[in-house]
Design a protein around this ligand. Sequence first.
Ligand SMILES: Nc1ncnc2c1ncn2[C@@H]1O[C@H](COP(=O)(O)OP(=O)(O)OP(=O)(O)O)[C@@H](O)[C@H]1O
Ligand SMILES: [Mg+2]
Length: 535
Amino acid sequence: MLQKKNKNKNKMTGGEMWTQIGSSLAGLMFIWAMFKQYFPFEMEGHLQKYTQKLVSLFYPYIHITFHEFTTEGFYERSKAYMAIERYLSTNSSTRAKRLKADMVRDSKSLVLSMDDYEEIIDEFKGIKVWWASSKNIPRSQVISFYGDEEKRFYMLMFHRRHREIVNRFYLNHVMDEGKAIEVKTRKRKLYTNNRSEQWVGYQRTMWSHVVFEHPATFDTLAMEETKKKQIMNDLITFTKSKDYYKKIGKAWKRGYLLFGPPGTGKSTMIAAMANLLEYDVYDLELTAVKDNTELRKLLIDTSNKSIIVIEDIDCSLDLTGQRKKKEEKDGEGEGKDPVSKKKNEDDEKSKDSSKVTLSGLLNFIDGLWSACGGERIIVFTTNYVEKLDPALIRRGRMDKHIELSYCCFEAFKVLARNYLDLESHDLFETIGKLLEETKISPADVAENLMPKSNDEDADACLANLIDAIEKAKEEAKAKAEEEEKERAKAEEEKKAKAEKEEKDKEKEHKSDEAVEEKKTAGEEVKENGVKENGG
Ligand SMILES: Nc1ncnc2c1ncn2[C@@H]1O[C@H](COP(=O)(O)OP(=O)(O)OP(=O)(O)O)[C@@H](O)[C@H]1O
Ligand SMILES: [Mg+2]
C-alpha cells in the first residue's frame, strides 16, 4: 500500500526515527542530484566522492536506480522502468500530489505518473520502501538526434535489513503488477505475418500489426446460453491455470477448433475470445509461410497472452493440396462466395512458395517449440471438419472442438436484442417454429434484422426475416427435391447400366456356349469320319 510521506514527528520509535532520518537523507540526495549540475565538474567529482564515503559510514539505506533508457544496444525504453512507471502511476495517482500525464504509445488512455522529484512510500509484507522519480540534466548543449536528453530514472530506497525481501519478492511483485497493468491499459493488436522479415525501427519482425478494435463480445454472440457459458468458463479457467499446467507438466496453451457452415460466427467468436481475455490476435496466413523453419520463427515471435488463429485450415495448407485438387475436380466449393474464391486463387498462386508440411504444423502446435512462452490459445476454423487430418485435431492439439451451427431460436433472441432492442414480440413464436424447420445462418438472420432505412421499425425487420426464412425454406425444399430427382436419376442410370451389363454378360455367355457346342460338334464329326475311314 502506498501512502504519501507522513511527516508526523511526534512519538517516534527507534525504527521510525531511522526511517525518518533515512527519508530526510534520501530527500537530501535528491536535492543534491538537482543542484549538482550547477557545480563545476572537477569540484563535483571531489565533493561526491567524499560525501558518499561519509554518508555510507552511518547510512543504513540501499538505493537501486532504474534508468529510463537501456544503455546497451538500442535506444529503447527499459522494460523495468516502464513496469515501475505503470505500477507507481496506478498506485500513486490518487496519492502523489504532482502528477504528469502522457499519451504513451499503444495505450488506450492517458497515463498518469509521478512527476519528477516526487516521492512516494510503498508498503509490502510489512516493510516500507521509498520511491522517487528524478532526472539527470545534461551539461552539454549538444542537440541530440533523439531529442530530449534528460535522463529520467526511478530510485528505490529501503533499509538494508530488508534487502532479502526486496530482492527476492518486492521487485518481482512490482514487475508483475506493472506488466499486468500495462496489459490491461494497452491497446490490443491484430497481427498478420509478412512474407519476409521486416525491420521496425531497430527491431526485426515477421509480423505487422494494426490496433485490434473488433467490438464482438460473448454478450453479442448469438448461440445457446449454456454452450456460451461453458466456453467462457473454459477460457477463464485456462487463463488462471498457470500453476496447474506446470504441475501436470504440460505447456500452458490450449487449442480450439471452431467448425461450422459459413456465416455461423466462427471469426466473430475469435474476436469475442480476444476481447474477453484481453489477448492480442495473431492471424497466421499459412500460405504466406515459406517453410517449417519460418513457421517456427513466427511462433517464437509471438507474445504471451495471445490467440494464434489459422482460418480455413482445410484450404490454406499445402498438405491438403491433394484433397483440394480432388475437391475442385468434384466441383465442390463452387458455392463459396467470390471473396473465398479469390482467396483460393491467391492461395493457389502462393502454394508454389509455401512448403509447410503437416508435420511442421503438428510440431508448431504441439512440439517442443510450442512450449516456449506461455498463455497462448491456438484457434483453427474450418467449414469442413471431416476433411481435416485426425492427427491435426486430436485432443492435446485441438483440445476443444466447438461446432457453430445454423441459427436456433435462442441465438435469434440474442440477435433480436442486439439489432432491435427487442426482448419479446408477437412474431417470435412464428420465427421460432420457422427456425426449427429451416437452416439459416446467424449472418443471414442478422442481415435481415438490420433496419435498411429510417422508416423500417422492428415489425418491418421481423417481417423481412420471416420472408427470408420462408424463402430459404422454399429454396431448401426445391434443392432437396432437385437432389432427390438427381439421386433417383442416378439410381436409375445405375440400375440400367447394371441390367445392361447383366444382359451383355448373358449374351457373351450364350455365344461362348454356342462356340463350345460348335467346337464339340465339329470334333464329333471328325471322330466319326476317322472311325468310318479306319473301319
Ligand atoms: N453467432 C453469431 N453471433 C452474432 N453475429 C453473428 C454470428 N454469426 C454470424 N454473425 C454475423 O455474421 C457475420 C459473419 O460472421 P463470421 O464472419 O463470424 O462467420 P464465419 O463463421 O467466420 O464465416 P466463414 O466460415 O465464412 O468464415 C458477422 O459479421 C456477424 O455480424
Ligand atoms: Mg470466418
